[in-house]
Design a protein around this ligand. Structure first.
Ligand code: ZN
Length: 235
């Protein structure tokens, strides 16, 4: 019987390295035996992992469907219509699209994780507009904002995932996106409310944001600055 020199775990004679810490196992008195049965399977069964994910997706779906169906049934019994159950049910559908696709994709990546939620959010807001028409706020206000914010989220997330955007460049991209988003919020809301636009409060948010973006970019580009900032904030 051998023990790992590093972590002390008990080693079978079939082990070339310690299965726990990866340190090579050498025992001159008990040389490794190639064909000895291994104490655990060579690899995890991928089918099992997929079944577990499906099981989790089913349980979460049931948990989400329950309040939606319950409120709809109560409303139909007492009012004869969906009533406020429509808000609960549509919110639950939205929640489903944010959570459950994470368990259903085979190879999850950033786009697969966020796109269902974004489309569901747009549909959800369109449904709320159907319940509260207003001056057509969905197409004039909600949809452009959701589209713009989603575009930045998708772009920045995709670039981070591909390791194209890193550390200070990520911060610069986020600050620049924030500046554009606040200006877009002021523009869209004023055009919607008054039909005219003058750049006002959003500038107070956009200018510091752009300054922060420029600073992050400058720090990211210069090694000496980066090292100094990293030391300051203990990275
Ligand atoms: Zn070990």
């Amino acid at each position: 019987m051998s023990y790992c020199v590093n972590c002390g775990v008990e080693l079978e004679q079939s082990e070339r390295v310690c299965p726990l810490c990866g340190v090579e196992s050498i025992n001159p008195k008990q040389p490794r035996r190639e064909n000895e049965p291994r104490p655990y399977p060579e690899r995890l069964d991928p089918i099992n992992a997929r079944l577990n994910k499906r099981f989790a997706a089913t349980i979460i779906s049931i948990a989400i469907a329950f309040p939606a169906i319950l409120t709809l049934v109560i409303n139909f019994i007492y009012k004869g219509s969906a009533g406020w159950g429509a808000y609960v049910a549509s919110s639950m559908v939205l929640l489903w699209f944010f959570i459950v696709p994470l368990f259903l994709w085979n190879r999850l990546n950033f786009l697969k994780a966020v796109l269902p939620g974004i489309f569901a959010l747009a549909l959800y807001l369109r449904f709320i507009e159907y319940l509260h028409p207003g001056k057509g706020w969905f197409f004039r206000l909600a949809l452009p904002l959701v589209a713009l914010i989603s575009l930045f989220v998708v772009m920045i997330g995709f670039l981070i995932e591909r390791r194209i955007l890193k550390s200070y460049y990520t911060a610069a991209a986020v600050f620049a996106a924030l500046a554009i988003i606040v200006i877009a919020v002021e523009y869209l809301s004023e055009i919607y409310a008054f039909g005219a636009f003058k750049l006002e409060w959003s500038l107070y948010a956009a200018i510091p944001s752009l300054a922060a973006a420029a600073l992050s970019l400058a720090v990211g580009r210069r090694r000496s600055w980066r090292d100094r900032v990293n030391r300051r904030i203990h990275i």
